[in-house]
Design a protein around this ligand. Structure first.
Ligand code: NAP
Length: 410
């Protein structure tokens, strides 16, 4: 491997055995600071993560940070937006964190984020959504929201298999489908065509990951969200395969909702399913009944932003993209380019992604300490502009000051 940006001299690589990562006390963690406001939020995030780890583990654990390049910084340094070395090192070191990357405009370039997910086969997009006291929210009881959404990342209409109306490919597909005997409805000649693949393999590995998480985090339910009443062989099959994984691989520790006795609380992890449209009502009306959610790609896209809005929006929503072996933790918002280098935007999303990363590493004490410090900082109403403009009597802080306030509250 050519090393244009060599790894640090200190620290060790995270290992992987029997389906689990093995974390040394000084893991090498690659980071990509990101474009636009990325460097601002990354600086604050790094300060918070390093300070929490130092304070909690008193020097016994520490990060060996390793900068990788992608996006505009990579283009400026190496004349390419996504160097192969970055992809290779993200896979090799297994756990990393990144700021948002701008999608280059024009030239038909694909989003770097989507490219990373595809080439590294990061099949699960994980989004924990919980409320922090004091954050302005559009609902009455935002504190009842505490969900972790597992969205399938590689299939469904996101595979990008589609043809414009009138193209030769679309016409060929239409001719082929219209010629099939059992089709009741003919497709119009001038239709555009998109394909929605949903596989047993893809569905099962996503639901398996959600169940494993729910068991480890001692959550009480996993809800399979689907639109199987309409799309029986894709969305409906996702649900069926989900129940199958639960029964075949976790039969002794899970129970389908239909088998739960309403008079006695379930002692096992309850597997439920909800049709997607009804789920959008449920998360608003009965949020406390939902904990871990596993769903297909498009449903998950809509649902994760909708639930994030209930607790005050994307500014504070963390996320990760994961395979079984590799995980990248990242802010869920974009580069907010108009605020680039102004030390102004809210670093909460990336800091909380760092908190997710700490839990992924098994460094729970440091993760809990940061969450408590964020809660305290919000209680003190010391916030960045996006929250300050919605809160009465709040103190406006810069990105770096918000980071320092969290560290003071550790
Ligand atoms: P955006 O960067 O998320 O910004 C849209 C607006 O959201 C901002 O103007 C700001 O609103 C608010 N916002 C975003 N992040 C914030 C933060 N940390 N603190 C406070 N407010 C924040 O969305 P965009 O303008 O559509 O996208 C810009 C670029 O980011 C594009 O190139 C896009 O492709 C890329 N993108 C990357 C990712 C990723 O890397 N995962 C995700 C999404 C988009 P106000 O102006 O109202 O304050």
């Amino acid at each position: 491997m050519s090393e244009r940006f060599p790894p640090p001299q200190t620290g060790q690589r995270i290992g992987y055995e029997a389906g689990r990562i093995i974390v040394p006390d000084d893991p090498i963690i690659p980071f990509i600071e990101g474009d636009g406001s990325g460097p601002d939020i990354w600086r604050a995030t790094r300060h918070v993560l390093d300070s929490a780890v130092k304070k909690v583990y008193r020097g016994k654990k520490s990060f060996a940070w390793y900068e990788l390049f992608a996006g505009e910084k990579a283009q400026a340094k190496f004349s390419e937006f996504l160097p192969q070395q970055t992809i290779d090192q993200l896979a090799y070191y297994r756990v990393s964190i990144k700021g948002p990357l701008a999608t280059p405009v024009g030239g038909g370039m694909r989003s770097l984020n989507v490219t990373l997910r595809q080439v590294l086969d990061l099949f699960a997009c994980v989004r924990p959504v919980r409320y922090f006291n004091g954050v302005p929210s559009p609902v009455r009881e935002p504190e009842k929201v505490d969900m972790v959404i597992f969205r399938e990342n590689t299939e469904d209409v996101y595979t990008g298999i589609e043809w414009p109306a009138g193209s030769e490919a679309a016409r060929n597909v239409i001719r082929f489908l219209n010629a099939m005997e059992q089709r009741r409805t003919k497709i119009r000649e001038d239709a555009a065509i998109g394909i929605k693949p949903v596989s047993e393999f893809g569905s099962k590995r996503l639901v398996r990951k959600a169940i494993l998480y729910a068991l480890a985090a001692k959550r009480d339910s996993v809800t399979l969200v689907h639109k199987g009443n309409i799309m029986k062989y894709t969305e409906g099959a996702f649900k069926d395969w989900g129940y199958q994984v639960a029964r075949d691989e976790f039969g002794n520790v899970t129970i389908p909702e239909s088998d739960v006795d309403p008079k006695t609380p379930a002692t096992k992890l309850v597997i439920k399913d909800r049709i997607a449209d009804s789920m959008f009502q449920q998360v608003l009306l009965r949020p406390a009944e939902y904990s871990v959610i596993a769903t297909t790609n498009l449903n998950g896209d809509y649902l994760s932003d909708a639930v994030a809005a209930q607790v005050g929006g994307l500014g504070m929503a963390p996320g990760s993209n994961e395979s079984d072996e590799v995980a990248i933790f990242e802010a869920t918002h974009g580069t907010a380019p108009k605020y680039a280098n102004q030390d102004r935007v809210n670093p909460g999303s990336l800091i909380l992604s760092g908190v997710m990363m700490l839990r992924h590493l098994g460094w729970f004490e440091a993760a809990d300490a940061i969450e408590r410090a964020i809660s305290r900082t919000l209680d003190q109403k010391r916030v960045t502009y996006d929250l300050e403009r919605q809160m009465q009597g709040a103190t406006l802080l810069k990105t770096s000051e918000f980071g320092r306030a969290i560290v003071e509250n550790l």
